[in-house]
Design a protein. Sequence first.
Lengths: 388, 194
Amino acid sequence: MGSVGIVTPQSLRLAAPLPLQSGARLEDCTLVYETYGSLNAERSNAVLVCHALNASHHVAGRHDGQDKSEGWWDNLVGPGKPIDTTRFFVIGVNNPGSCFGSTGPTSLNPATGRPWGADFPVVTVEDWVDAQARLLDALGIQQLAAVIGGSLGGMQALSWSIRHPDRVRHAVVVASAPNLSAQNIAFNEVARRAIVTDPDFHGGHFYAHGVVPRRGLRVARMIGHITYLSDDVMASKFGRQLRNGALAYSTQDVEFQIESYLRYQGDKFSDYFDANTYLLITRALDYFDPASEHGGDLARALAPAIAKFLVISFTTDWRFSPERSREIVKALVDNRHEVSSAEIDAPHGHDAFLMDDPRYHGLLRAYFERIAAEAPSPVVPSIRGFAV
Amino acid sequence: MSERKDLELIAELVPHGSHVLDLGCGNGALLALLRDERGCTGYGVELDDAKLLECVQRGVNTIQRNLDEGLAIFADRAFDVVLQLDTLQNLRNTEQMLLETVRVGRIGIVSFPNFAHWPNRLSVLRGRMPVTKALPYQWYDTPNIRVGTHLDFEVLARRNGLRVLDSFGLQNGRVVRRWPNLCASTAVFKFERA
């Protein structure tokens, strides 16, 4: 199994404004993306990879000057890997509102000539999917062989199958949910309050003050990390281990290794992640609820989908638990849509979707081999789309 | 039970174009056969990771679930046919499962090892639990927690208000209609809600 090697991000400035769910429009929108592998002559082998909260278009490979890959799904995407770039043309794209190159709060607001900051319009999963569809248009790809994402990325895969049913042959939804639970929204709200109440936040216009609401970002990331890990993995990784071997009888110093780990993760995160982006992306998570337009009936929401589905969850994931994936599976089965689902007994909690558990990757490999083997047939939306 | 000939004999009980649920679908061979040769659609349910992988390799839609958790995710009358081949004997709630089968499907088809097959009777007469091709386990390591006979199932079906549409035995890839309780290692029943 190899690496895709050196990759160079590319960018696309959308030819027309992007209308948003909120009613606002993003007049000037640039998307940064990377591609791996080659598009075949029929343009039928494209796989779109959707990122979650803190990731980006950089899915696999190395940027010039890096000695190892920082691609967030490099263990999955590459030559000979489960999503094999010798067979598929894989696309990673940074969503609008993010802070890794696509238009977002750190970009200049054309109306004021200053960074958007807190004035950047609220974007939704649906808006991202529509922006990604524009990228496919520009790349001359009418239909994806597959769209895949984990967590918030899985929500995008689900949304793709609903909003652009005839453009998706397979949707792979990993460690995701049809909407956030109250508990999940609550975690997001704590993270947002940590950021917004940081004195360095300045109402979201901290760039002009030359500061970053680092304390808020750190706490937000610490909370996030707690929810991404399972109780078991935290116990086995850290347990009650002390950092210095003996209690210091201090209320403020780091006593336990878990504190040290969380502080380290928080510090690292606050160095590269934008506070306004954190607010925007957690909001997109909160808002996602395709069933809401159908009286809460997810089966009706998924009725237009034509794609075949693979839904994967992890038994120790309590942030996006297997029960939430079962709701998706049930809605698909009610529609007689094609679906396979796996509940992988991995110990890592929500983070498992980024790991290379052999059962998980074995399943993805088998599924993508099937996709590669099948003859791409033009999808006819009218008949199956409305069958119940 | 997983032998090709047996699968073909079971497949013949499934009408063409049926929407099928296969509970404990194993490696998905039957579903693939029903899809390829009888134009059927539907899903398998399988708990085992390795078998699930084989199903995905075959392109068979399979949902990973523990059947002991029930069939709540499936709506009433969602399927034309619900299959439970070589599965019933591994489940805790046998009766509940049969009732669930006729709730989610119009027709149920089950197969299970027939404990009253004559070599089994001989073995017990000799004082030892049978170990055969259909019942390959020792008494202390068998996953078969419900051991029943062809005749037992008829009684259970009646008790639960199921109408038996067809029943026969399977032995060496052949249908046994004469004295199946004695002459066949596998019992097969096709039934519906009475």
